[in-house]
Design a protein around this ligand. Structure first.
Ligand code: ADP
Ligand code: MG
Length: 385
């Protein structure tokens, strides 16, 4: 297994969503070829890849093809079975490793990792069976019950205010293992996207501020408006998390700010939706970094060229009067500081991420206002007046 993998080697990526699509584009721009493994024949990354293996993540014949043809493999979402990564790891460079992914793909393991390493986390309790329900005390409410595995974008979460609601929610999750988190009063949410190389070098993007609606990221602002002390603390924790996990690749750490204090929320073992602004605001974006870390090439220290606001476009705005209809996106035509990305998903569904746009500029408050105005006009599914 060699490092410093040169183009036109074939790189593999497990998962074919929009994060995978941006990875494919970045790798191809650097001269690599890419194989995507995703069971969806229409997957956004599969559509633009050199080779799309349309198979499940534990399909042995597809995994053997990857072993034979790829020089290194990465992932674009955390729910790839750790056993798949372990299988590939025996013959191939896999970044991030199965051991790092297996910690962060399960909220119970992830929380224990934070606790064991003294990272600040909000109050929580593990709910693994009926007996653990009896250990819950009333001071945890209001709370959020989160299924330990396979949740994303607020899915697999239920807000609960008392014991009765907790029991119902736990039943609703088929009594699968969960964590119950105290609902914190949030002043803001921030994230750190960083890359760590095989020899431990780490480079980070500016700290990002995130606003969510119904548990789904709505708007990201770079740089975060939280002051330098909290930003420095966030970067410090993100770096420590990456090195404690022996992490190689791009990693994102989400934080809560509550009562002036910082808490680690969760870790994503991949580039992050909140880092999409880097496509337009930095000289080197998070997907470029993912390619460098994967191939064992020296990381670039990304420079932020401008401030940015990114807005997610969800499938909800693809509907008018209950019918599917592409929103009027003419506003973006010809603009260099208002850039639209569509992910090539053939089906729009409420809550499904269909694309995003990024507005760049020097004055954050002005670009934020502009972003909100465009979003409001798109939400009405009409052209901006
Ligand atoms: P996901 O995997 O869906 O991103 P998160 O745990 O990050 O799951 O939750 C999604 C969002 O829900 C968070 O970004 C935050 O806005 C809100 N949230 C989650 N947990 C808490 C909490 N303990 N207190 C307050 N808000 C929370
Ligand atoms: Mg999250």
């Amino acid at each position: 297994m060699v490092d410093n993998i040169k183009p036109p080697s074939m790189l593999g990526i497990l998962g074919g969503g929009q994060l995978g699509r941006f990875f494919v584009a970045a790798a191809q721009n650097m001269g690599y070829q890419v194989t995507v493994l995703d069971p969806d024949k229409d997957s956004p990354a599969g559509r633009i890849s050199d080779i799309h293996l349309c198979a499940s993540y534990n399909d042995i014949s597809a995994l053997n093809t990857i072993k034979k043809t790829c020089a290194a493999v990465t992932t674009e979402f955390e729910n790839i079975p750790a056993s798949t990564l372990e299988y590939l790891e025996t013959d191939l460079i896999v970044r991030p490793s199965s051991s790092a992914v297996s910690v962060v793909q399960n909220r119970i393991h992830e929380k224990s990792f934070f606790k064991d390493n003294h990272f600040p986390v909000g109050p929580y309790i593990v709910i693994s069976d009926t007996k653990s329900l009896d250990l819950v005390t009333n001071d945890i409410y209001p709370a959020i019950l989160k299924i330990a595995q396979f949740g994303y974008d607020g899915k697999g979460q239920a807000h609960v205010d008392n014991e009765k609601e907790l029991e119902l929610a736990f039943d609703g999750f088929d009594r699968k293992p969960c964590v119950l988190e105290k609902k914190l009063t949030l002043e803001s949410e921030i994230s750190v996207v960083l890359a760590r190389s095989y020899d431990g070098e780490q480079v980070n993007f500016p700290v990002i501020e995130n606003q969510h609606i119904s548990g789904i990221l709505d708007i990201s602002i770079s740089p975060a408006r939280v002051g330098s002390a909290l930003s420095i603390e966030a970067i410090h924790y993100a770096e420590l998390i990456a090195s404690k996990l022996n992490y190689i690749g791009v990693i994102a750490v989400e934080f809560f700010i509550s009562n002036g204090k910082i808490y680690v929320n969760e870790v994503a073992p991949r580039p992050h939706n909140s880092g999409h602004h880097s496509l337009d605001s930095c000289d080197f974006n998070q997907f470029d970094q993912q390619v460098l870390a994967l191939t064992g090439t020296s990381l670039n220290n990304p420079k932020s060229i401008t401030n940015a606001v990114m807005v997610n476009l969800l499938g909800d705005i693809w509907f008018r009067d209950g019918k599917l209809s592409l929103p009027n996106l003419d506003i973006f035509v010809g603009s260099t500081n208002e850039v639209l990305y569509l992910y090539g998903k053939s089906e729009a569904r409420p809550g499904r991420k269909m694309g995003h746009f990024t507005i760049t500029g020097n004055d954050i408050e002005i670009i934020l206002m502009r972003a909100r105005k465009i979003k409001a006009s798109l939400s009405k599914n009409e052209s901006e007046e």
